[in-house]
Design a binder for this molecule. Sequence first.
Ligand code: PGA
Length: 245
Amino acid sequence: MPEPAITVLDGYLALSRAAADVAAGILAAIPRARVVVATGRTPMGLYRELAARASRGVLDASGITVYQLDEYVGIPTDDWRSLLGWAVRSFVEPLGIPLGSVIPVPADGDPAACAAYDREVERSGGYDLAILGIGTNGHVGFNEPPSDASAPTRRVALSSASRRSNAAYWGGTPHVPREAVTIGIAGLLRSRTILLVASGKSKRGIVRRAVLGPVTPEVPASCLQAAPDLRVLVDRAAWDGSVPT
Ligand code: PGA
């Protein structure tokens, strides 16, 4: 298995800038890149940094295709909790990407639509870049434990840990839907590069298990160790101890 590249940054701003350097390098090299875009709090600094670079004219992401990572089931795109809406506000619009270049996940989780989605990604050669956070329970996207490397794009029940952590976005657990659709781990492993970002002490422990621990469905992010190019960027609060060299 290729060794993951782990970079520990001093704080959230440095993490966001370093992650932006990685992403911007890929977008410059592949102007029509297919990019999976996570929501959640962690990548927002990275997206702000990319947007600042785009507005300074040093980054042109207008030719890329954006793939939504995950969505709540039963939440229309105009709902305030729509993860597609969040991705559009934080990434797509600030980077000047046409809305027509955004590929949503099959939001109702219809199994035939999910299978067709995965087939199409496979047919087109996979993604170029996946920007991912990690949940305190080790999920990536909404691949909840247990999920293994063969997990397809599908409808899932959210774990209580995920509902609790998502409550912070929407003002309480009652506002958090019970189900979601997520790109599967198998699809994420078809990304040429995975950029995994983690910040803060709540991620300490799980990120180390994900990156250096045994590959296990109980820590779905650990399955990303099999990715061809896994770049893990963490801040000091999220990483305890040294980094293997
Ligand atoms: P966070 O979410 O970036 O808001 O911590 C990450 C996740 O749950 O995947």
